[in-house]
Design a protein around this ligand. Sequence first.
Ligand SMILES: NC(=O)C1=CN([C@@H]2O[C@H](COP(=O)(O)OP(=O)(O)OC[C@H]3O[C@@H](n4cnc5c(N)ncnc54)[C@H](OP(=O)(O)O)[C@@H]3O)[C@@H](O)[C@H]2O)C=CC1
Ligand SMILES: CC(C)(CO)C(=O)C(=O)O
Length: 365
Amino acid sequence: MTATVPPRPRIVVLGAGAVGGYIGARLFAEGEDATLVDGWAEHVAAVARSGLAITGARPEEDETVRVPILPEDRLADLGPIDVAIVAVKSWDTRRVAELLRPRLAPGGFVVSAQNGLNEPVIAEVVGGDRVVGLIAARIGVELDRAGRILRRVSRGSPGIPVFRIGEPDGRTTPRIEALRALVAKVDSVTVTGNLTGERWSKLAANAMRNGLSAATGLSIDAMDRDPLLRRFGIRLAGEAVLIGERLGLRLEGIGGTPAALFARATEGDRAALARVEEALLASAVSGKAAGQRPSMGQDILKGRRTEVEEIYGPVLARAEDTGVDAWANRRVRDAVRRIESGAARPDPAFFQLDPFGATTTEGDD
Ligand SMILES: NC(=O)C1=CN([C@@H]2O[C@H](COP(=O)(O)OP(=O)(O)OC[C@H]3O[C@@H](n4cnc5c(N)ncnc54)[C@H](OP(=O)(O)O)[C@@H]3O)[C@@H](O)[C@H]2O)C=CC1
Ligand SMILES: CC(C)(CO)C(=O)C(=O)O
């Protein structure tokens, strides 16, 4: 079932953090019927009082949007929902899917705008025909205090779209076309027929960036300027890509670099390693998105629960299934777990080893 979307759908964004708040505010600013819903009372009060303040990468992208916002316990005040955008952390997905299930309009559907592999979780709750995916790649946003979002990446992202949306089965349906028109009001978007491959590629990007930032305390550009951390990141993505290849997935580029190069580098191909390093370094020194911290790095700074299990869990589980030695992902997962539990503090020294050096062996842990 993919019913048509009404001309002016009722859109609810559940999870008005950095990603959800940004998407919902921009939709509302563009005239859409969008309402934010969030569980953080101080944030809800700040937005209700003064609007959601967005500080963009360029002064002309700054705006304050008086987008409607409700606390979660008032979700029932809204009528049936046509488009529900889920932007809570992945560990909270099932709970909010349960909240949404009785509130969806007959043709209503849920869009996961999260990292991780959440469409199957949502499908278990609301039904497989009511879920689509939205992957945010070049958004770089941060809820730095109640009522304010910082965006470190300029709108537009020439060359690589910020958003990819898709049906889990890859079909181009009327609702995905309707969603494309909506999301285009937020930033650049493309429809993918390969949501599974896109999701795994994004998971590889998150494996590369998120835990390493959380464990070192560094931003993406700072990690890429450090020769050993840059290589550690390549190894993290490479392990995940190798797993994806062995699962038979069609993988998409990671930050504009072909995914296969990360895997070949990880298998010992020096030319592939040099190409990936060059691309990462060029981006780091370009100054674009300087200081951008992946969401997991932000969580550690705020002392909040991370998505470490939702990002590294699937990678490590499939590593076992496919026989890939994912020691680097395991090391990062373990470091983030220790930091999150208060047993350690972020420290770049955890990863001062060359994963492609002669002395590093598989299983080094
Ligand atoms: N940030 C980014 O650039 C990107 C993030 N993503 C993904 O998007 C999803 C949402 O992440 P993101 O938007 O970054 O999450 P945020 O941390 O910005 O917000 C998530 C929720 O956490 C709670 N929260 C956040 N900060 C505080 C605080 N200081 N005090 C109390 N509560 C707080 C809020 O509600 P509540 O209290 O109800 O939990 C909020 O809705 C994740 O799956 C993430 O991986 C994907 C691409 C890029
Ligand atoms: C930084 C980025 C885009 C990639 O890891 C991200 O998805 C996040 O912050 O969670």
